[in-house]
Design a protein around this ligand. Sequence first.
Ligand code: NAD
Ligand code: GLY
Length: 359
Amino acid sequence: MKTLNVSLGYRSYPIYIGANLIREAELFNRHIHSAQVLVVSNTTVAPLYLQQVLAQLEGKQVATVILPDGESYKSMDSSMLVFDELLGRKFSRNATIIALGGGVIGDLAGFAAACYQRGVPFIQIPTTLLAQVDSSVGGKTAVNHPLGKNMIGAFYQPQCVLADTTVLNTLPERELSAGLAEVVKYGLIRDPQFFDWLEGNIELLLSREPDALTYAIERSCANKAEVVVADERETGERATLNLGHTFGHAIETGLGYGACLHGEAVAIGMCQAADLSRRLGWLADADVLRIRRILERCRLPITPPPDLDVERFLELMAVDKKNVDGKLRLILLEQIGKATLPISVDVAMLTATLEEYGR
Ligand code: NAD
Ligand code: GLY
C-alpha cells in the first residue's frame, strides 16, 4: 500500500492506494471514531462492494442510502434522502459518512457530510479511476442545479481516501477511459515527465496492468495533493485543475447531465483549450497533435457532439465559477506541462476554436 498525505494542518489526511484496501478493517478503525456510520452508495456499486465494506464495520450502528445510478442523482433531492436517513436514525454530529462509489457519490455524500449538523466526518472510498485520481482528493463537494453543474457545494475535506485499485477491475471500459482524461490532465498542467510516461504506457493502463495503474493513481494524487495544499480554496493554482473543464461543463450541461461522461467532456475541452493555446502562439501544431493523439489512444472523444452550436456553447460557458464580473476566463497551456492561471480570452479567438471544433 502507498500512502500520500494531504497536508492541511489539523485537517490533514492520508490517501491510501493499493489492492484490496476495502477488506482492511484496521484502516476503517483508524479513521472512524464513532459508533454511527452511514454508507452512501448507488445501485451499481453497492451490489459489488457494499458487503465487503459492511464486513469491516461490525459492531457499529450502520445505515445505508443506496441511490439510483447517474449524474442526475447528484442533486438536492438525493442529499435530502441522506439527511432523512441521518435524522430518522437520530445520528449525531460525530457520525461518520462513507462515500462508496464514483465522483457522483463522493461529491454528493461529501456535500451531505459538510451540511449535516454543520459538518460530520466522512471517508471517501472512490471506486472509479476518475474518483481515485481526482474527485475524492481535495475536498470539493457539490450537487448540481438545473442551471449549472456543481453550483451548490462546499469545500470539505475527508478523514481519509481509500483508493482500492482492485475495484477498478469491474469498471466499464468507457469509465476507465474517462478517468484517464483526468490522469492526462496532470501531465498537461504541471508534470511533463508524467505526460511522457503516459505516452509510453497508455496501453498498459487500458489493460489495467496493476503496477502501471497504481503508479498513475499515485502520481496523479501526488500532483493533486500538492496543488490542494498550495491553494485549497482555489484562489490561484488550483484553478489549473480545471483545464478543459469550462468547455467540458458546457458540453455536459448542454447535452443534459449524463449524456456525455465527465471525463469525455474534459477530454474534448482539453483539445479545445489546446487549440486556443495554439492560436495564442503558445503551443505548436505538433503539441496539439500530441495531446489529441494521447487522448484518442485513451479511447476518448476529441471533438464535441454536433448538437451544440457556437452560440449555445458561449452561453453555457458564461456560467462558470472561474468567470469574474461576467467575463469569461479559461485555463490554457503555455506548453505541455505548464498551465496558465485563469485568463480572459478574446471572444473572436474563442469563437474560432469553437467553430473549428463544432464542425
Ligand atoms: P460516476 O460516479 O457516475 O461513476 C461512473 C459509473 O461507474 C457509474 O455508473 C457508477 O455506478 C459506475 N461505477 C463506479 N464504480 C464502479 C466499479 N468499481 N465497478 C463498476 N462500475 C462502477 O462518475 P465519475 O466519473 O466517477 O465521477 C464524475 C463526477 O465527479 C461528476 O459529477 C463530476 O462533476 C465529479 N467530479 C468532482 C471532482 C471534485 O473535485 N470533487 C473532480 C472531478 C469530477
Ligand atoms: N477537480 C478540480 C479540483 O479539485 O479543484
